[in-house]
Design a protein. Sequence first.
Lengths: 592, 336
Amino acid sequence: MSNIRRVTRLGAIAAVGALALAACSSNTATTPSTSASASAATGYNAAVDNIVNPSTATGGTLKLAAQGDCDSWDPARTYYAYCWDLQRLFTRSLMGYAPLPGAKGTAVVPDLATAPGAASAGNTVWTYHLQAGLKFQDGSTITTKDIKYGIQRLYASDIINGGPSQYYLCLLSTCDASGAPAYKGPYKDPTGDLPSIATPDDTTIVFTLNKAFGDFDYLMTLPSAAPVPKTADTGAKYTTAVVSSGPFEFKSYNPSTGVVWVRNPNWSQATDTIRHPLVNEVDLQFVSDPAVSDKQLQAGTIDLEADGGVQATLMAQIDASAALKVNSDNPTTGFTRYLAVMPSVIPNIDCRKAIFLAINKADLVKARGGSYGGDPATTMTPPTIPGYVAGYDPYPVGADFTGDVAGAKAALAKCGQPNGFSVNMAYVNKGRGPAVFLAVQQALARVGIKVVSSPGDSATYYSNFIGSPSNIVAKKLGIAVAGWAADFPTGYGFWESIADGTTILPNGNTNYPSLNDATINGLLKGSTSAAVADQAGIFQKVDHAVMDAAVYLPFQFDKSLYYRNARLTNIYLNGGVGNYYDYVNIGVGGGS
Amino acid sequence: MGRYIVRRLLGAVVVVWVVSVITFGIFMIVPKITGASPAYLYVGKISTPAQVQAVEHNFGLDLPIPQQYLNYMSGIINGRTVSDGNSTSRCSAPCLGYSFRKNLAVTDLLQSHFTVTLGLAIGASILWLVGGVAVGILSALRRGSFFDRVAMIIALAGVSLPVYFTGLLLLTVFSYGPSWLRLVPDPTFHPFGQDPLLYIKSMILPWISLAFLFAALYARLTRASMLDTMGEDYIRTARAKGLSNRKVISKHALRAALTPIVTIFGLDLAGLLGGAILTEKTFSLPGLGALAVDAIGLQDLPVIMGVTILGSMFIVIANVVVDVLYGIVDPRVTYK
């Protein structure tokens, strides 16, 4: 997932595939406050792997703040990570992530379904059954037809867009060479059907895929797969009137001031093993100045900042104060921050390797917030994704990560540019972008590589600045700053969008260097039908092949520093929701 | 006078029209030059060419730019039917289109945000007029005194300190400071209709921080104007005739001294009505200024157009009103 939407979908687990699917073999409830992880753990980073302040006390209002509105409340159109976390308040999908801290939270468990999908031998047919007693907020029964309709909406991509629909469209409908599916959606084709999704009865749904896809349970965790009643669908305006299938429903929504959710009386705890809400109300306030929301957090007038970590000032205060630090957590976010080095602009691999060796990762980490902002990365796969090998470093830049100047100069000599060369570098012209640019410029200047600034506007940076291969060539963007996290915590979820050469798009492309390697493409394709036990080995090969191509230069595994109000109970960071706090299960100790 | 007003109003219409052409041109032509269709801002980061084309068609972005402009201006006068590809709806006049990002009518957005900005502007303007003018008059009458010196030093601070600094300082002290100082513990904005008392509590700090800046300006301006006026011959004549000091000031000096204040007040108020960006952002007030900043960041073109046209309208109308008031306040002014 690219950084433009700040989406983080990642947890921390070493063998996520095997453990996840094994964990979801039973539909037992996992109550956060009574789970094995519920301990009296307190202190700094306590919520990373533990449930802090376990409690069953109910009542009160959870007060959240964010810098602005979500991209959309329509479950089919949202791609922001914290918005997916908030979707757990009011939408349910066939599958979901276990309500457990840290890596355990990436386990995929049934939500609306009675069990994980029953897959055919080749992972091309997936069958689910719905639980009994499922209702929307208006009391109407949730049926498989509602789930089918929710997915059918994704095909009306001129209206329903902005979400991760790319995973579904060509899996459930045939697509032409440009990637356009044959099925045009329920608005343009109201009498048409999507025959790949069958609903023989109200509680059975069968997906017949165009190709093998072993991670289909993960696709069914995404909000895009949430049920939508056809009679309530208002197309582009659905974001203002989402029908809840979860424990909370919208009480009020003002795109400028915030959202208030209250309890949905038609949600049944007996049908939900993931959510155990304790509060009566959740308030999300939009506070445009993050310095102000930091102040509110310190004063206790809000409980959490929903959309990210604290700012530099509060970060420094937390670092200096033990009293503040006990209420802080600094988890990985799942993002790998990297520089895309474009072979279309720098075709000689040794010239690209010179950049890899000259870079000063220590300075880049400082530019992005220091140790609280993340750790130096030596490979693309983050530690939380299958295929990660600790210590794998194909381009070592010294024990202090400041760069291998001698090695870079040797690479330059080998590529016929002993005195260096000039290269344009793309970055977002706000936030940390300029600081990252300066750090890269200074590092590469040591070996004679002159880095020229080529900033892009944040609104279009990923869609058609670096997301357009032709624009990269036209503007000679040899280096581009980017970040990526998996949409779901598997190797395929991490790699497919950034390394699959068969899905390069003319705009909105996320494979920024247009990597098109037959070996990598084959490994990715094969992974969809491979056994779970083989996944780590496959994606290790993918990771190594990608690094050998010298097009992705990882420099940081991202982290965020969060501060939580001490009154919160049952609070933990959930790996399945991108290591954000699991808002739906947090209590306030019964307070106001 | 009547012909003068009509002439000025016609001129105002021309100015607003020119602003609309320039704004529309900038935001429509620049994407054409850079090759980045505004449709990309709607479809999300991952899109196919067919998707982009469909969105462009839905929003009329595939029409020639002059045609798009004509449709837009015609919508302001006659309203128009708007389609998102799934459903059509009637957008009544003045139709300023639909926000690309929020799927709401721009007119509705402007209306809801304008009421917040209006409240901010009116509240702050009352404070700065009363406070600034009063201090300026007293400073002028007590020229060189301790009061005058202290007042002008504070006024200098007010003029020098940016409003976002003053605002954050007020929040830090009165909202998030020591408990005994937390006079406004909840600075979150509450609409007037929801709870007038909470509204006032939520607006008091924004009013003060905005008013502080303008009061400082007005205090200095009023002082200078009063000193100027008090030195005029007719004031000396009035005193020589035996009028009391109070009558000299209130009947003769103030009226002349406040004339430039009226002029500037009208322009300042009109400028604020277009959006007090820094104050609204500092206090997270959902006003026109905050709407404009967010729309610019998201390149939500219909909203940018709407805010710009509305803001320019306030300023040109204020100019006309101020010019007319000038003639009323100062009988020496005549209109041709």
